[in-house]
Design a binder for this molecule. Structure first.
Ligand SMILES: [Zn+2]
Length: 246
């Protein structure tokens, strides 16, 4: 289905209404008169229990964290910037047990960031090395880690830069936040920052943008304020879907 702004706004409103009904974090805020006020990311840290619906609470015994991200978001970000069609290697601070990004998604391997807390960050590089040796591979990495990681796993086909703030025009890049995950992607075809609009809603806000995760309920993330260096939401004249603008 194509993009419709009305449907997009309705989807975000439905997620917000459900959060106020079913998710303790937003119910508590609502009781204090701040139900849908922007949520600073610092408030999310350590609130995993409160960010899950009452019907499916967070269980610390079996779930070490819920901040590992959604493999489907990464697959959509890579596809969205035009780098799809190969295996994906992602630089992370902790490894994840995924070998594909979703049941029908591309093959995948994580590699540890040079700055990760580990005795030997290259100890878990085997699967990534095998993907690189096997053919077309896309590396998703913070710009400062690209050279060191390729030194460990071999030269990849395409590099997609993972940024917390917009910058470096002209290269393939994705926007990432530690709590929200991947929510925007910049293809070189138009050079604009495209929102992953099927998966996230973004509204303009003071000091940044307000991001709502449309697909994920654990944790539920509604109107999370992030400063990405752009504040407006507009439609791309080439693609007809929402983009971030200054
Ligand atoms: Zn575009």
């Amino acid at each position: 289905m194509g993009y419709s702004q009305l449907a997009w706004e309705r989807a975000a409103a439905a997620v917000a209404a459900r959060a106020l009904r079913e998710v303790p974090f937003y119910r508590e805020r609502h009781a204090r008169g701040r139900g849908l006020a922007p949520v600073p990311t610092e408030e999310l840290e350590g609130r995993l229990w409160a960010l899950c619906p009452l019907s499916r609470p967070y269980r610390a015994m079996t779930e070490p964290t819920l901040w590992t991200g959604d493999p489907a978001d990464l697959a959509a970000a890579v596809r969205g910037c035009g780098a799809g069609g190969g295996a994906v290697v992602e630089v992370r601070s902790a490894v994840v047990p995924w070998d594909r990004l979703g049941p029908l998604g591309p093959r995948y391997a994580p590699v540890l960031s040079p700055t990760a807390t580990a005795v030997d960050v290259s100890a878990s590089d085997g699967p990534a090395r095998a993907l690189v040796a096997g053919g077309r591979t896309v590396l998703v990495s913070a710009p400062e880690d690209v050279d060191a990681v390729q030194g460990r796993i071999g030269a990849v086909t395409v590099v997609v830069r993972r940024l917390a703030k917009v910058g470096e025009p002209g290269c393939l890049a994705v926007l990432h936040d530690r709590h929200l995950g991947y929510f925007a992607t910049r293809p070189t075809s138009c050079g604009q920052w495209h929102l992953l609009w099927r998966r996230f809603h973004v509204a303009p806000g003071d000091g940044g943008v307000l991001v709502t995760a449309l697909k994920r309920r654990r944790p539920t993330l509604v109107r999370v304020a992030v400063d990405v260096g752009l504040r407006q939401v507009a439609e791309c004249s080439v693609h007809g879907t929402p983009v971030l603008q200054a």
